[in-house]
Design a binder for this molecule. Sequence first.
Ligand code: F6P
Length: 322
Amino acid sequence: IKNIGVFTSGGDSPGMNAAIRAVVRTGLYYDLNVTGILRGYDGMISGEFKPMERKSVANIIQRGGTVLKTARSDEFRTKEGRVKAYEQIKKNGIDAIVAIGGDGTFTGANIFHEEFNIPVIGLPGTIDNDLMGTDFTIGYDTAINTVIDAVDKIRDTAESHDRLFIVEVMGRDSGLIALRSGIGSGAEAILIPETKTDVSALIHRLGISRKDKSSKIIIVAEGDDAGGAFEIAKVVKDKFPGIDTRVSILGHIQRGGPPSCMDRVLASRLGVAAVESLMEGRTCEMIGIVNQKIHFTPFSSAIKHNKDVNSELLKIVDILSL
Ligand code: F6P
């Protein structure tokens, strides 16, 4: 291979820039050309390409977001869109691709490879941590630390006012942000889409919880089956009119900010491995790290939403919140 195209796609995540930097610098280290593709698959279709130099990625390792921009592309879901994208890829002399994103990104990459036989390697870039074949995705560590920081602040005011807060965190299909940040913030309860939420059990739990606790925090993932934070708050208020209950939805602050050191190192390791694995002829695989070692997973397996929710972590919440 002579020219690697790199792009970010789907929801951005802190550490994507560190990954782009690693791909570009590794490509240059091995005397390859690296081309940045802007705005994910949309930019591939419309031909937004730019040659990447060593200094194109200077001073970005510490920045959140993605310098290559990102998008969720509808056009790439169509055959016509993918044909246009491939024409641009050929025109720009790109012979291998590094795709940084989540399940939508890898679904697209898989189809693109099947149709046009271009080698593609994926790096897991999403705050949700919902990809199989890696212990952690790029951006997850930063996002859960952002949640912890926010909940610590909420805890101060909750404590002063003797209030219960229902805090909604991101995770449309995944409760992994809620799970870890809930443990780390000492939450009373954590509600996640992977386990059926029993609202009456939650009410029972609140009923028997210590009356001398002046603040209580419930963390709910946005994709939880019992509804969002406002729905839960309504039930709690109906049952316990005496508890002063408030809702806080953290939203997109979870996607921004400087990446943690863990995310920067993860992104750097994966970026180097991406280029080296393309040079070795690998394709259609996501690279992750499992038990501290580089690990390859076919796209089709990486995107299955069946990542185990560690039951030990769920048990910890029950024990420690009493
Ligand atoms: O996939 C990452 C994520 O942040 C999810 O947790 C969330 O549900 C979704 O993206 C929000 O997407 P958007 O910014 O497009 O509304």
